[in-house]
Design a protein. Sequence first.
Length: 224
Amino acid sequence: MNVLKSSSIIALVTLITLSGCQYADTRLENPLKKEQSKVMQKLFNIETDRQFYITFPDHKNQVALTEFVGTNDSQDSKPYVRGVLADNKNYSASLDYSNITALNSSKDKNIVKFIAPYTLTNSNAVSDETLSTLDNPNLPSNSLYLGFFELDSNTNNITQYDQQLLGKYSTLTAISYDGQDTVTVTISQYPTETDQNKNIRSSFHDLTFKVGDEMTLIENVIVE
């Protein structure tokens, strides 16, 4: 089964709707009610004040995705939803929501499992080493990850259970899902950030993951 790319968002919304995901609060409106999340509304058709968080590799810091942005250059032309780390603005996460892919592995009708690629960026990688609050202050300027998430339709919470580093200075080419438990991701990878910026020839890799309670890399093949 091929990845649904942008239509995978529609698949997620369909799964959520069928499982009765629309969370209704019948209590009187609280005048101090939090602002509804535009990200949750656009990506999952859910009206909630819950946020979509990305967990950093140190497993302590999280960034809320809050801003829709787009890129349009020779290397990449995709829509993203982006957020910055609250206590260190040099760090940001940009999730490629056109490649959100719903999985068929959940036995609970109220739980929707999905994977999504995102890029973690450190805009000041050298001078920030001594200032960072992260356990891994040497996060490269650009690192591509694949995240494993669950959306609970009872609470509207998104929980990130796992993440896999796909490559440094890398861009996503394709995602395919077999409909059961295997996901293959194709990336183009540059040796250095300078090579990426100069559009120097990259290498292409197929990374295959087994997705169950966690993601496990089972194969990494250089295809070109």
